[in-house]
Design a protein around this ligand. Structure first.
Ligand code: HEC
Length: 147
């Protein structure tokens, strides 16, 4: 009985360690994902700027500051994409409009509600990515406050 318990304890400890150990590896993967700059589309560059902008604001909100976003979300509809099939769909338009609405709501929100509105914004990133471009979703998850 005791040995069984010990084995269980060791196993769960190992599992716990592997989860903890995975984190730093993930973040290095995230920060080193720079691809050949010449081939990046306008939309890809805009998205990267949006990510960095969101990351900065997340840190400022965590520090209890009031922060505003600098990217212009309307450019999602004018920037040249890598693949026009990704942005010519009805869902891209609908998700893009929803994102803009969430962006405006964030900027109109009072200090007490900023974090909540920020999370809604991240959700809007994720929802569009689910159908148009799932690749960056792991990275976008970093924008949630508990990550
Ligand atoms: C309306 C849909 C939509 C919304 C909303 C959206 N994205 Fe994107 N995102 C795309 C598409 C499509 C691409 C692929 C662009 C390309 O390759 O030209 C992309 C690409 C990216 C990339 C990869 C860029 C690269 O390096 O190639 C990142 C990172 C990204 N988005 C982050 C975000 C973040 C953060 C948000 C929210 C603040 C967001 N996206 C909101 C559709 C969206």
């Amino acid at each position: 009985m005791k040995i069984w318990l010990l084995t269980l304890a060791i196993c769960s400890f190992t599992i716990l360690l592997s989860c903890v150990a995975e984190k730093p590896e993930e973040t290095t993967k995230v920060t080193t994902s720079v691809q050949s700059p010449n081939e990046d589309s306008e939309l890809a560059l805009l998205m990267r700027f949006m990510y960095d902008d969101m990351y900065r604001v997340k840190a400022e909100l965590e520090a209890g500051k009031r922060a505003s976003l600098e990217h212009d979300p309307k450019e999602m509809f004018t920037a040249e994409p890598t693949d026009s099939a990704q942005v010519s769909t009805e869902s891209y338009k609908a998700f893009g409009q929803a994102y803009i609405a969430a962006y405006n709501a964030f900027h109109q929100a009072g200090q007490a509600n900023l974090k909540g509105h920020f999370e809604v914004l991240v959700q809007n990133c994720m929802v569009c990515h689910q159908t148009t471009c799932p690749g960056p979703m792991r990275r976008i998850e970093n924008l949630y406050f508990d990550n």
